[in-house]
Every structure is written in structure tokens, then in C-alpha cells.
Design a protein around this ligand. Sequence first.
Ligand SMILES: Nc1ncnc2c1ncn2[C@@H]1O[C@H](COP(=O)(O)OP(=O)(O)OP(=O)(O)O)[C@@H](O)[C@H]1O
Length: 292
Amino acid sequence: MMELTIERLSKRYGQQWALHQLSLRLSPGMLGLVGPNGAGKTSLMRMIATLLEPTEGIIRWNGQDIRTHGQALRQVLGYLPQDFGIYPEFTGRQFLRYLAAMKGLPRSLLNRRVDEVLSMVNLEAEADRKLPTYSGGMKQRIGIAQALLNDPELLIVDEPTAGLDPAERVRFRTLLASLTHNRIILLSTHIISDVEAVASRLVILQEGRMLADTTPEELLAKTKGAVWGVTVDQATALQLQANYQVSTMVTQMSGITLRIVSATCPHEAAVGVSPSLEEAYLLATGRQAVQV
Ligand SMILES: Nc1ncnc2c1ncn2[C@@H]1O[C@H](COP(=O)(O)OP(=O)(O)OP(=O)(O)O)[C@@H](O)[C@H]1O
């Protein structure tokens, strides 16, 4: 059995609710937890990892309350926190061996398991280099490797792609996708493309509340007919930008081409275009996209 159940979970810091009455049931597969900074993603993940006390609500692993049965969950948990610290004096392999020993892996298994996880994250060739010489992507892959040491049933990864370049980000996404078999993966991000094509389920959080519990396909289908493309002069572009959610803005010889997320047609020359998942997310959250 592999089931995580979250029942009316809330976290309050002082007067502020970081998370409010969230209920979710997770089964094997990847769930993308998407939301802007401050949405409550880290608080939720830390509560599941038994590192933070909920203010209200219950988290159950296979039916058992983790407040009283935390050890059962920790045994099957792999966690890559956002601020994952490395030890500068270690090589990748030494670091993993050290953590494997800390996690109580028996000596007879330890070296073999470290080799296995190094191969899973494709770092065998760099395993004997010191950690400070690693790129951002390699550091994150070592982070995943340490989270995989105990072959976790529940893998929690908090904003792993922050600071990675686009190639590293794609590589990291592919790595996570390869780990979904027979595991629950909870991946948080504020960049929707990180979970596009890899998450079978999307939960959108905003200001501590769940805006949507959906699938990428469903979210896209809902957005059909609500994304428009138009090429206009600069003054019109600025005006449209002030009044609508503009997802992209590209300057071309013929003028400025905008993509606009709007339930109604924003301009007489606008034509309907196929939505991207990012635009679907913008429509769901009602947020202004970053200008390009
Ligand atoms: N220790 C704390 N004390 C007070 N407020 C906190 C604390 N930790 C988080 N918060 C607040 O709770 C809210 C949710 O924060 P949280 O870190 O869970 O969100 P997040 O979605 O993970 O955002 P980020 O990606 O920025 O970490 C934010 O408004 C944050 O300022």
C-alpha cells in the first residue's frame, strides 16, 4: 500500500495562514505542486516530511497519523529541500556514502547502493570530483541521489530547478520522470514547464489555498478559446498590456506580437491560438505573466 492522505491541513505563522484547509489524497505517480512564491508549497512539504508541525489537520501515511507514526513515513521518505546544503570537502561519492551511513544503511549494502543511485542520476563519471566543482544541475542530481538512497516510496522535491540553466532543467525533468514508477513524487515549482509532460496531476496553490486539483490535459482543455494572438503597434500593445493578461510579447518588423489570455476577444484583429500550459496556469491564477 502506498497512500498519503492530507485532511484539512492548515499552517499559521502568527496571524498569517501559510496553508489553509488543504485536503488531498496521493497515490503513485508525479504530482506537480505549482504556485507563486509564498503560496505555501514549502510549508506543506515540510509538514509531510514531519519537519514542521501543522496548526490544524491530519496527514496519514497508509492510514496512520504521522504525528504518532512519523517513523513509518520517514523510513520510506526521500526529501530534497529547497536549500540543500553540500559539504565542500567531500566528493560526490563520499557525500553519498556519509549520508547512507547516517541513514543507517547496512555496511554490506552501502557501497553498492551508492553506486546504484549515482548511476540513476547519471553522475558516475563525476562521482570522485569534489562537490564545489559541480554545476548547479549536478548538485541537484546529487541531491536527488541522496534522496533515493533508501529507495523511497514517497519522494518530495522542493523547487529543484531554481538556478538551473535551461538544458540542466530539461535534464533534471527527464531524470524525475524516470523515477515515477511505483513511487509517489511530489514536486513543487513556480515554473509550470518543470511539470509539463511529466506530472500526471497538478495542484495549484495560491496564498495557502488550493485553486485547482487537475491534470495538465484538463487544465489545457478548460483554457481552449481563451488565448489570443495579435500583432499591433507599440501604443496598442501597451494599452492591451495594461488591460489584459499578456503571456508573451515579441517585437518584430511588422509590429509587436502579443499572446493574450482572456475569456473574451481582446482586439478586433486578434485570432484564437492554442493555449500553452503556462497560459492555462495564468488563467487559473489570474496572474500577470512576466514580460518577454
Ligand atoms: N517561519 C516562518 N515564519 C513566518 N512566516 C513564514 C514562515 N515560513 C513561511 N512563512 C510565510 O508563509 C507563507 C508561505 O510560505 P512557503 O515558504 O510555505 O511558500 P512557498 O510556496 O514555498 O514559497 P517559496 O517558493 O517562496 O518558498 C509565506 O507568506 C511566507 O512568508
